[in-house]
Unconditional design. Sequence first.
Length: 346
Amino acid sequence: MPTPHQTPIPTQWVGPIHIIGNAINDEVRVPLATYETPLWPSTGRGAKISRLCGGIRATVVDERMTRSIVLEAANAQEAYDALQAIQGNQALYTEAVAETSRFARLLDMHSQIVGNLLFLRFECATGDASGHNMVTKAADALIALILERHPELGYGSISGNYCIDKKASAVNGILGRGKNVVAEITIPREICEKRLRTTPEKMLTLNTRKNHIGSNIAGSLRSANAHFANMLLAFYLATGQDAANIIEGSQGIVHTEIRDDALYFSCTLPNLIVGTVGNGKGQGLEIVEDHLTELGCREAREPGANARRLAAICAATVLCGELSLLAAQTNPGELMRSHIAMERHG
C-alpha cells in the first residue's frame, strides 16, 4: 500500500486562552491549521479578551456518539411489535454493547417507524475516542442479536442516516451527537470599547440581526453563528479529527445579553465530535501527537476526561474567533481592511 503524501497545512499557535469549567481550568495555547491566515490574529484577539476578563467558561453539557440502523418488517404493526420487545429488553442490549469494547456503553436508544421500516438510533459513551468505529462495531453486534431474537425482521443497513453523520440535520442538536459544549464570557464595557472597538449594544444588535434573523431568512438549520466552521476546521486538522464532522459541528448558536453594563457572549456547540485517541491519532502523525500533548490531552486521566478537555478547548477557541469577527463587523469597512492588511499584504 503506498504511503500517503503528507502536505503540511500552515499552522500557528494562538493564545494562550484562559478557560475555566467542568473539564478544564487552565491557560492553553491552541494550534490552528488553516490557509486563511487572518484567522490566527483574529482568534488571538479573542484569546487576549479571555485573559482580561477572567476566562471563558466552557461547560461540557453532554457527550455521546451515535449509529442508527434500519431493519425491515412485513408491515408497520410487525415493526412496532418488535420495537416494543426490544425496548423491554434494553438491559440485554446494553450488555451486548459492553462486550464489544472496554469503553463502549449504551446510553440510550431512539426509534422511528416509516412504513415497514424500523430505524433504531443507538447512543453510546465512547471514552476518549470520537467513537465512529466503536459505535459501528457495537451496532453490528446489536443487529446480530436483534435478528437472532426477532427472525421476523430483516437487515436493512448498518447506517440508516438517523444518526446522522456529516450532514446538516435537526436530530443531532435535539438528541445529541458528540460533545455538547457551551462557552461563555462576560466582557466589561471598557474592554469592549478599548480592545474590540465596539460596544455591548452594537454586539447585541448585530447578533440579533445577522446571526438570528439573517440565518432564519436564509433557512439555516439549528444555526445562528457567523463562522464557527472556520475555527472548527483549523482546530480539527491540527488535532487529528475527522474534518468532515465540521458539517454538523458548525451548527451552533451565539447568544448575547447586556448585564450590568457588560456584554455576555456565549457560543453553544451541541455537536462537537472530537477525540484524543483513535483514527487520525497515533498513526505516525507526530505533529498531531505533539499538539495533543501540548494541549494537555495526553495525561493519565479517567476514560473520557482528555476528550472532554479537548472539546472544552475547542469550544473556547470557537468563541474567541466568533467574538473577534462579530466585533469587526459592527464597524463599517473593518473586516475588509483587516483581510487586506493581514492576508493580501496591501
